[in-house]
Design a binder for this molecule. Structure first.
Ligand code: COS
Length: 382
């Protein structure tokens, strides 16, 4: 790919940057303190068409491509990863519909999501099924024109505020009694119960919930694809959205590096800026190299996704693991440059350090990414 962003992507970057400076920067620290979902920023993002980025134009979106998503998520994450989750979460929660929905299902759900009128969640993880998706236990039993869903979901981003959730369940084949992973578009209603709100070390401006689903009805018409398609749909979604997690990591690394550079220019010791010291210069140079390498791989992975490259899943796993591991190093390096100041709330790097940890964990731990990468290299049977 050409790594000079084209005019369209540059314009997108600039417009997101402007919105972030106006609406997010003044609130980033406060959001981390008080937690919860910033509805005012959601409105601004809906109006500014930021929430439309994950959706194809025919359903009211701006295109639905992974590379513009990465550019936007990166810009937001430079300032607040919690707020970047708003966009990443909308993409994650809806991607199964874009990937596997029928025309009728797309028409029914996507335009409201693209307008930010409704919010989406991704209901995959369970108390006993995190990395091992195939062992999920939530069941959906046919009852007339509905499935009746029973089970628990854990670590569900926006499970409390989402209007729709792409929900992964086990359906039962009436003939063979075999249980198969299937994906339903669940709409909020009786039986969708929030049993817990998690207290996290970071990304406090996004909510993470445990759900208890009891006699929860989902119309059969909301099944995506066929019964048994769910596992592949879940994996195809993650092939796309892991590039967005990589972009969060790149954005935060860049935000921390910018902060460290400014500090090194301005902070004086013995009357001289600390940036004149070679020890500091070495650190800044390492941080720059790592951030650029992670950005390069993230854009390449997103571009491969958009071009339907057969290796897109491997590249998104590479980008997610590489960028999130390096973000921890870069942000840790920024704290080191700021010294004791970096360990205080006066500067955003301590928040970024806490926020960045989750990127090594969610949407598949970095150990899982390495399994995805290695299996893709080795081929079937490994
Ligand atoms: N796209 C399409 N199909 C895929 C796929 C992908 N990216 N990845 C796997 N599949 C298919 C396989 O080809 C296989 O198909 P067949 O049965 O037709 O051969 C099937 O799915 C099962 O694949 P596999 O044997 O690799 O499944 P495993 O149970 O071993 O699981 C991992 C694979 C561990 C990679 C998967 O469970 C995973 O990604 N886990 C992490 C989940 C995660 O990210 N959770 C976070 C939730 S979001 S916060």
């Amino acid at each position: 790919m050409d790594f000079e962003l084209d005019q369209e992507l540059l314009a997108l970057k600039e417009s997101v940057q402007k919105l972030v400076q106006e609406k997010v920067a003044p609130r980033a620290g406060e959001l981390d303190e008080i937690g919860g979902y910033p509805w005012d920023i959601k409105e601004a993002f809906a109006e500014g068409r930021v929430l439309a980025i994950p959706f194809p134009t025919e359903y009211g979106g701006t295109g639905g491509k992974a590379l513009p998503m990465a550019i936007a998520v990166e810009e937001i994450s430079k300032v607040s990863c919690s707020v970047a989750m708003m966009l990443s979460g909308q993409c994650l929660g809806s991607a199964a519909i874009t990937i596997a929905g029928s025309e009728e299902q797309k028409q029914r759900f996507l335009p409201d999501l693209a307008r930010g009128k409704t919010l989406a969640a991704y209901g995959l993880t369970e108390p006993d099924a995190g990395s091992d998706v195939a062992s999920l236990q939530t069941t959906a039993v046919r009852d007339g024109n509905d499935y009746v869903v029973t089970g628990s979901k854990r670590f569900i981003t926006y499970g409390d505020i989402a209007d729709v959730m792409t929900l992964f369940v086990k359906t039962v084949d009436p003939n063979t009694k075999e249980k198969k992973v299937s994906c339903l578009v669940a709409e909020k209603g009786p039986g969708w119960n929030v049993s817990k709100l998690e207290h996290k070390i970071g990304i406090k401006g996004s909510t993470t919930t445990e759900l208890f689903l009891e006699d929860f009805r989902v119309p059969v018409a909301n099944l995506l694809g066929k019964e048994g398609d769910g596992f592949k749909i879940a994996m195809q979604v993650l092939d796309k959205t892991r590039t967005s997690i990589a972009a969060q990591a790149v954005g935060m690394a860049q935000g921390a590096l910018d902060c460290a550079v400014q500090f090194a220019r301005e902070h004086l010791e013995n009357g001289k800026p600390i940036g004149r010291r070679q020890g500091i210069q070495m650190k800044l140079a390492d941080m720059e190299m790592k951030t650029e390498a992670a950005r390069f791989l993230t854009y390449m992975a997103a571009d491969k996704y958009d071009r339907h490259d057969p290796d897109r899943g491997r590249y998104s796993a590479c980008a997610k693991a590489f960028a999130s591991d390096l973000a921890m190093e870069v942000i840790g390096g920024a704290i080191q440059v700021l010294g004791e100041f970096g360990y205080t709330k006066k500067y955003p790097v301590e928040r970024m350090f806490r926020d960045a940890k989750v990127q090594q964990i969610y949407e598949g731990t970095n150990e899982i990414q390495r399994i995805v990468i290695a299996r893709s290299l080795l081929g079937k049977g490994f």
